[in-house]
Each structure stands twice: as C-alpha cells, then as structure tokens.
Design a protein around this ligand. Structure first.
Ligand code: C2E
Ligand code: CA
Ligand code: CA
Length: 445
C-alpha cells in the first residue's frame, strides 16, 4: 500500500471518506495550478461510476464506500502530486486536474476497472470519463467549476455506452449542445434562470461629440457554454415564437435601467429596443409598452422602438396601425437595417417613421465603392428632406466616421465609438460622457 493511502485527513479541505480534496478546495488548488502552469497543457477530467446508485441500493452502503475509497487510493498512488490533483465532488464523481502529457485515460479506466474487480463485488462496475482540455484563453476567465461542467457534459455523451468510455468536450460538441438548447422549453428555462441579459451599444453624434442614445442588445450567457451569439439564438427564437417573450424581457430590462439611473439622479439617453416581427401579431403590444412606462414611471421618449422591414412585408395595414398607435403614445419609431431588404423605400413611403438606421452592409463597402459613398450621401439627404433622423450602423474606422459626419447631422453606431457594453461599463461611459462631453475632445477614439 502506498504511504499516502492511509487514513483520510480530518480537514474541511478534504473529503472525510476518501481523503481527496473537496470540490471547493479542488477549485481553489486547480486555479493555482493552472495559473502557474507555464504553458503546460492541462485537462479537467470528470470520472463517474456506472449505476452507483444501484450498488448502494443492492448492497450495503459500505460497498459503495469501499469502491469510492479504492478509486481515491488509485488516484493518490498514481497521480504525480507535483503536477496533478484530484477530488471527490458529489457522490460518485471524481475530478482530476492533470497535464496532457500525463493523461492516459485508457489506462486510468482500465486500472480502475481492475482494482474494482479485485474487490469481488457481484455487479458489473464501470468507470466513465469526460475531459475538458483547458484552452489557454480560458485562464483567469473560465472558473474551474465551469470547466468541470463541460467535462461532465462530455461524460454524459458516453455514460452507459459500453464501447466508448470517455469523451472530450470540443467545439463540435459545444455547437451540437447549443443546437439542443434552442428548443423552446430550454429557452424558457434559460430566461427563468436569468441567463439572458442586455448589453448596450452607445450611439454617438460625431459632430457634437455626444452620446445621443443606445441600443439594447440581448445576450445569452450560458453557465456552461459561455456567451452564445444572438446570431445563433435569435433566428431560433423567431422560428419557435419565443422571441416575443425575449423581446419583452429586453424592453423591461431597458426600462429598469432607465429607472435606476433616474432614481440615482443620473442623466440618461433614450434606449432603443428591437421589435421582432412576431410582436405585431400580439394585439396587446401597445398596452404592454404603456404598462412598462407606467410600471417604471418613464416617459415614452426614453424608449425607442426599432422595427425591420420583415414586419412590413408581413402585414402592412396592421403595421401602419400599430406604428401610428406607438407615435400617438409618444414613442419614437426607427426603421432598422434600412436598405438590407427589398422594400425599404416602400416602407419609408408608407409608414410613420422617425429615424432610419442604415444597414451595416453599406458602410462596410465605403472604402471600396464610390457608389456606396453616393448612396449614403443620398440616404442622408433623403432623411433630412423627410425630416427624419439617420443612424449609420457598423462604423468601425476614423475614415468612415469622418465621411458620414461630413454628410450632415447623422449619428453613428459602431465599434469605432463603442462595442455593445455590459450595463456597468455602459453606465461608466455615460457618466463620463454626459458629464465631461464639453471638454472631452477625444471622444470617438
Ligand atoms: P441589429 O439590430 O442590426 O444590431 C446591431 C448589431 O450589429 C449588433 O450585433 C451589434 O453588436 C453589431 N455591431 C454594432 N456595431 C458594429 C460594428 O462596428 N461592426 C460590426 N461588425 N458589428 C457591429 P448583435 O448584438 O450580435 O446582434 C445581432 C442581431 O441580433 C441584431 O442586429 C438584431 O437583429 C438581433 N438582436 C439582438 N438583440 C435583439 C433583441 O433583443 N431582440 C431582437 N428581436 N433581436 C435582437
Ligand atoms: Ca436593431
Ligand atoms: Ca440594424
């Protein structure tokens, strides 16, 4: 018996049954280990015993304990204590933090199976493993507990299959799992679990050097998979109808933020929110928006409504009716992604709109195409003639910013001025900008 295989240590950092680290202590130690890894590639491995519950039911609890101790003793005897650590997480889960060079899963699983077989328990007991290879970019960002969650997800893929006993978490698996998350009931759970939040992208007037408004953009921060792009989940939400709930959530978050700042005596700018086309099938839409104004004691100018052409192509009369109602209620209506679809000019002709937001595709080609420069110039003139505002989306460079600023009183939204920001950073930017805007001549850089 290895000298470390003695009695378990009595310490809150160690599991009293096996003497391995408890999960909290493991998370702490593994964080330190990875911090000092000096470029060594590490893995978080989750090991799990098949049918452990059945063993506890069929046999005496002692049998289960015996198996767990046997596995723990194996880890203590074989892992290099200078480079690897192990822990017993809940019940029959073990976690290892181990360098890639020292990880031989075939052998670990085979050895464990053998050790357990030597205990002569009349039940087939097998170990399964999931591995999360730590990415250099994770260091200092992704907590060990989430790496463990990912390893566990990989493990779920193989548990119970007798041919494959371990699996690695990889980008393909992430995509596959994210696809499964797009089912409506999973989206509902995510909303309930507060996994959705809003980011705000400030919109800037480059001539006056001020922030004029901001757009609320939804973000899904999944506890295991991290940030999921709206480009991925918005289309799924539009397909299954969940977008109506999600949009309403975003509007409410925007209102909540406005109210919070007002309560703190801080200045605000209007926040624009997206209204996906499915919203227009809900007759209570104007009432819902009004009820938000009432609930948060806000005035309608504080919330702007972005509508895309798809709502117009769906049902023009209904949209006309809705937009007129919004305006009568005092809301400002923006046409989003102007120029991206087929009927942008028709929509502009027929609908009561206050501002056009020129689709990003235009500015992207400014440097390459003289035509784009001309089109942008005329869109700004057109809007001015119609007494509408213009926002140019996707401005990323000084050249683009200077060009659109030369065209007239436009606002820009784009990475050049700011990316979409988490609420805290957005507030810091507003505090800085709305207080120091007069003397801050470097804004926009
Ligand atoms: P959108 O409404 O046109 O929003 C602007 C998108 O452009 C945002 O992407 C923003 O991050 C991105 N963007 C802003 N400036 C730049 C830039 O300079 N360069 C580049 N390359 N991109 C820039 P995001 O947040 O990924 O959203 C994508 C789309 O998802 C949105 O496009 C909108 O159609 C939809 N979306 C986002 N949030 C919501 C929401 O709450 N409700 C609905 N219905 N749709 C939403
Ligand atoms: Ca938008
Ligand atoms: Ca847009």
């Amino acid at each position: 018996m290895n000298k470390e295989e003695g009695l378990p240590k009595m310490d809150s950092n160690f599991d009293s049954l096996t003497g391995l680290y408890t999960s909290d202590a493991f998370y702490r130690e593994a964080t330190l280990l990875l911090k000092d890894s000096n470029g060594v590639e590490y893995n978080i491995v989750c090991l799990d015993i098949s049918c452990f519950k059945i063993i506890n039911d069929l046999f005496h609890m002692d049998t289960g304990d015996l198996i767990l101790r046997e596995a723990a003793n194996y880890f203590k005897a074989t892992l290099n204590p200078r480079t690897s650590i192990s822990c017993r997480a809940e019940a029959d889960h073990f976690i290892l933090c181990i360098p890639t060079d020292e990880l031989n899963l075939e052998k670990i699983i085979q050895d464990l199976d053998e050790r357990i077989r030597s205990l002569h328990i009349s039940h087939h007991i097998l170990f399964f493993a999931g591995v999360y290879p730590v990415d250099k970019r994770d260091l200092g960002k992704l907590p060990i507990s989430q790496m463990y969650d990912r390893a566990r997800m990989a493990l779920q893929r193989v548990k119970g299959s007798y041919q494959t006993r371990y699996a690695y978490y990889d980008a393909k698996m992430r995509d596959q799992m994210i696809d499964e998350l797009m089912e409506k009931n999973n989206l509902e759970i995510a909303l309930m679990e507060h996994e959705f939040t809003i980011f705000l992208q400030p919109i800037f007037n480059p001539r006056k050097n001020i922030v004029v408004s901001a757009e609320a953009l939804v973000r899904w921060i999944h506890p295991v998979h991290g940030m999921i792009s709206p480009g991925k989940f918005i289309p799924a939400c539009e397909e299954n109808g969940f977008i109506v709930r999600l949009d309403r959530f975003v509007w409410e978050e925007a209102c909540r933020l406005q109210r919070k700042r007002l309560d703190e005596g801080k200045p605000i700018v209007p926040i624009s929110v997206n209204l996906s086309r499915l919203n227009f099938y809900k007759d209570d839409l104007p009432e819902f928006l009004s009820s938000l104004m009432e609930k948060y004691n806000l005035e309608p100018w504080m919330l702007k409504l972005e509508v895309t052409e798809s709502a117009y192509t769906d049902n023009r009369l209904q949209l006309l009716d809705m937009l007129s109602t919004f305006r009568n209620l005092g809301f400002t209506v923006l046409m989003d992604d102007f120029g991206a679809g087929y009927s942008s000019l028709n929509m502009l002709k027929d609908m009561p709109l206050d501002t056009v937001k020129v689709d990003m595709a235009f500015i992207r080609e400014l440097e390459k195409s003289k035509r784009v420069a001309v089109i942008l110039k005329f869109v700004v003139e057109l809007a001015e003639e119609l007494q509408m505002g213009v926002v140019i989306e996707g401005v990323e460079t000084q050249f683009q910013c200077d060009y659109v600023a030369s065209l007239g009183e436009v606002a820009i939204q784009g990475y050049f001025f700011s990316r979409p920001l988490p609420i805290r950073d957005y507030e810091a930017l507003l505090d800085k900008f709305l207080v120091t805007k007069e003397d801050d001549s470097n804004a926009g850089n």
